[in-house]
Design a protein around this ligand. Structure first.
Ligand SMILES: Nc1nc2c(c(=O)[nH]1)N[C@H]1C(S)=C(S)[C@@H](COP(=O)(O)O)O[C@H]1N2
Ligand SMILES: [Mo]
Length: 421
């Protein structure tokens, strides 16, 4: 029997022919498919290339064959915004609530280490009956759990100029489905002492990052995560395993974790004494500010969108480290009146939640903004309320102010930058 025609056409040799035809041919001269040689000597299309001019009628040309890995459409130019210390998620370009793994924000204090998963070990010792060393395979043999939750850096607020996108203002938050083993499972395995109150988490990067975490969080919902959105963690997210603490400041989610020491006091590491503390009033300093407070931002319309008069669906993201988002309110008159926005399911615990609000813009200059209210009753504050509570010298951590966009008469949308120091 003859093989079905389609199958034959997708063989490697033919795909090379197709490619050459595309390269040399007339109509499709610009639709070049980059072929990459794999370790097994096969050629696979690296990506569907963006044509230099209008693409040909797709029903008239043979497309590239199936690839070993999928690719993003060349028409979707998604990228993180990078600096020396971090890279930020393009919040304004995403749908739903899961951040594609390659767009998860990054924050490394000593770069991204290369860790051989077969050599990986996690040691748990200190106030335990039986100190133990777990390989990656050991961790995977325990019952696994998956949970969708956000991860946010506590330094996630930037301001300064009107030409700033949501990504630039607060792109240090991302969401994944994390898979791993509950830390409570490992605590039971090693026989963690009921008298223990804190544990130390230590990373195996050049920064050897360490944080002290209350045992309560460890027993409650802490995970040792090895999976992210269905595959192994990305190296940038802590491959092969990281501590994941739902709702807690990014810094405590120690990546490339290699050691947990159980104790009855905090370890007072650099990251919780000199760093990651906040000035509050009267010369006092707040330490161990673990929870990420409720926050929201309108991601559309936002700079650099050009708005047309008429119906606008205001859209955005809201999240809280203390639980579910209960409500999001939107103002379209610079904060005088507030209206409830519609929350888009799923509304999950400690997770990015979508909201939308239908608004008819009459063409006058105005300011639009959103505020999140979480299930504890906490309401996202204005920057002034933060300053009133913590003073002008509060530093750059745990700033979650209401973010306003100025809509100009010409339809341009600008960030309303606010100063706090
Ligand atoms: N070992 C280690 N863990 C770390 C860091 C680090 O530099 N080294 N950075 C922390 C900080 S400040 C943040 S905000 C988060 C960022 O996680 P991500 O890069 O996966 O987004 O990881 C935390 N865990
Ligand atoms: Mo961070």
């Amino acid at each position: 029997m003859e093989r079905p025609k389609e199958e034959k056409e997708y063989s490697f040799n033919d795909s090379k022919k197709i490619n050459r035809r595309l390269l040399l041919g007339s109509v499709a001269a610009s639709a070049v498919i980059a072929l990459v040689k794999t370790t097994t000597g096969q050629f696979v299309p690296a990506a569907v290339a963006k044509p230099a001019s209008a693409p040909p009628d797709p029903t008239k040309v043979q497309g590239p064959p199936p690839g070993a890995v999928g690719t993003r459409s060349p028409f979707e130019q998604l990228a993180k915004k990078t600096s020396d210390t971090s890279s930020r998620t393009p919040l304004q370009s995403l749908y739903g609530t899961i951040t594609p793994s390659d767009l998860h924000f990054e924050r490394h204090h000593g770069g991204v280490p290369v860790i051989d998963p077969t050599a990986y070990k996690l040691v748990i010792h200190g106030m335990v009956k039986k100190p133990m060393t777990f390989t990656l395979n050991d961790l995977k043999r325990f019952p696994s759990v998956s949970r969708i939750a956000f991860l946010e850096c506590s330094g996630n607020f930037r301001s300064g100029k009107q030409e700033m996108t949501p990504q630039e203002i607060c792109g240090l938050t991302s969401q994944s489905e994390w898979t791993g083993v509950m830390l409570s499972t490992l605590f039971r395995e090693v026989g963690a002492s009921p008298k223990a109150t804190w544990f130390l988490a230590e990373g195996s990067d050049a920064a050897v990052m360490t944080r002290s975490i209350p045992m309560g969080k460890g027993w409650n919902d802490a995970m040792i995560a090895y999976g992210q959105n269905g595959e192994a963690l990305r190296p940038q997210q802590g491959y092969p395993a990281r501590l994941f603490l739902p709702g807690w400041e990014g810094n405590t989610n120690v990546k490339w974790i290699r050691r947990i020491e159980v104790s009855d006091q905090p370890f007072m590491t650099r990251e919780e004494t000199s760093k990651y503390t906040e000035n509050i009033k009267d010369g006092k300093i707040r330490q161990f500010s673990f929870d990420m407070d409720a926050r929201s931002i309108i991601t559309f319309p936002a700079y650099p969108v050009q708005l047309d008069k008429g119906w606008v669906e205001i859209k955005g993201l809201a999240w809280s480290g203390r639980g579910k988002i209960l409500r999001v309110e939107v103002s379209v008159d610079a904060g005088k009146k507030w209206y409830p926005a519609t929350l888009q399911e799923p509304v999950l615990d400690k997770a990015h939640t979508r909201f939308r609000f239908l608004w008819k813009w009459n063409g006058n200059e105005t300011e639009i903004m959103s505020r999140a209210i979480d299930e504890t009753g906490y309401t996202q504050p204005t920057l002034q309320q933060l300053i009133d509570a913590r003073g002008t010298d509060m530093g750059g951590y745990h700033l979650n102010p209401i973010t306003a966009w100025i809509i100009k008469r010409d339809g341009s949308v600008l960030f309303k930058p606010e100063k706090w120091k």
